[in-house]
Design a protein around this ligand. Structure first.
Ligand SMILES: Nc1ncnc2c1ncn2[C@@H]1O[C@H](COP(=O)(O)OP(=O)(O)OP(=O)(O)O)[C@@H](O)[C@H]1O
Ligand SMILES: [Mg+2]
Length: 358
């Protein structure tokens, strides 16, 4: 096994009475793109500030290539930083900004010029080296900030909401560019965001935190399909929840009688026979039909249907529980009237049978 590039072990930090981080542990491997995803105030920026050396942890360790960082001042940590605001030096040209970390490291003029040219190409700003920061758009300024963070070939790049100030389209373009640059240079990146779709777009793995605690770390697919708890499930996207009772468990499939009487199947995610449970299922995993789907089909009533461009969104009532369904907008359903009786179905392994939280 390769050594991790970054290893956080049981990292804790408090601001007075506020416990911002509580025994946080995870690794970033060489060449890996990890996002730290969590709601506002969950401790994301605090984590980055500790790794960068702007704050000192109360307990726990931070290791870069297996070396503890505690004694190393921020400017010697070999870490590149990008923040939400580009924070360029206004009196220096674009080239001067990008070359700044190299000048600090006493790199010679010719090598500096060469590295700046290479970086301008990498971030798709060729020929803009002589421009002043104020004459660039927000997206261009953020590309310069990225180039400045990468030019000294750091061991690790930390990004704190780097795309937060950009409009949606530019954000999506920049997500692809960040990912492409990261792959091209084989960088280890730790990118903080509260936006789950951004995290899914760029990550090898995502670490979900709330209230300073790690809930789960894994690939976007693993977290979406196999969330460790209801916080992760809800944070990563809409999740329907139908109450019922477990009738039997056969291998890894639970047989459940829903509150409305229908008998359904779902993957066992820690339930016991005879106990109350929740059947959790993503909106895009539900099939709906207007005809008769048999005795055990789940009966539903259409409340609302709306056209969302690439999909149709249906809001249903299932024995008093609201259920959201997303279907491709090509299906011939858009004309259904509210009140129409529908039947719901799904594949057992697409639904999770969860214990009812105590
Ligand atoms: N300098 C500080 N003094 C006191 N409390 C702080 C300070 N910085 C952060 N906190 C608190 O620590 C907790 C974690 O804050 P942090 O800034 O790490 O959250 P975040 O996940 O980055 O949130 P956001 O998405 O809003 O940027 C919050 O409760 C915050 O109020
Ligand atoms: Mg923050």
């Amino acid at each position: 096994m390769a050594e991790p590039r970054l290893r956080l072990t049981s990292l804790s930090h408090s601001f007075g009475p506020i416990r911002a981080l509580d025994a946080l542990s995870f690794d970033v491997m060489p060449g890996e793109y990890v996002t730290l995803l969590g709601p506002s105030g969950s401790g994301k920026s605090t984590t980055l500030a500790l790794i960068a050396g702007f704050l000192e942890q109360d307990s726990g360790t931070i290791e870069l290539d297996a070396r503890p960082l505690r004694q190393t001042p921020p400017h010697r940590r070999d870490i590149g930083l990008v923040f939400q605001a580009p924070q360029l030096l206004p009196h220096l040209s674009v080239a001067g900004n990008i070359a700044f970390p190299l000048a600090m490291r006493r790199v010679g003029r010719a090598a500096r010029d060469e590295a700046v040219r290479e970086m301008l190409d990498l971030v798709a700003l060729p020929g803009l080296g002589e421009r002043m920061p104020a004459s660039l758009s927000g997206g261009q300024q953020q590309r310069v900030a990225l180039a400045r963070a990468l030019v000294f070939r750091p061991k690790l790049v930390l990004l704190d909401e780097p795309l937060g100030a950009l409009d949606r389209q530019l954000r999506e373009t920049m997500q692809q560019e960040l990912r492409a640059v990261q792959r091209r240079l084989g960088l280890a990146m730790l990118h903080v965001t509260h936006d789950q779709s951004e995290a899914m777009a760029v990550s090898d793995r995502m670490a979900v935190i709330a209230s300073g605690r790690l809930h789960q770390i894994g690939t976007p697919r693993a977290l979406y399909e196999h969330p460790a708890d209801s916080f992760v499930a809800a944070f990563l996207g809409e999740d329907n929840r139908l109450p019922g009772r477990v009738e039997a468990i056969e291998d890894d499939i639970a047989v459940i009688r829903l509150a409305g009487g229908a008998v359904v199947e779902a993957r066992d995610a820690g339930v016991v026979a005879g106990a109350a449970c929740i059947v959790a299922i993503r909106p895009e995993r539900l099939a709906v039909a207007t005809g008769d789907m048999g005795d055990d089909a789940v009966a539903a009533t259409l409340r609302e249907i709306s056209f969302r461009g690439d999909h149709l969104r249906l809001l249903l009532d299932v024995a008093g529980t609201a259920v959201v369904v997303k279907r491709p907008s090509v299906v011939p359903m858009a004309d259904l009237a509210p009140g129409t009786a529908l039947a719901l179905a799904w594949q057992p392994h697409h639904a999770r049978a969860l214990p009812v939280p105590a």
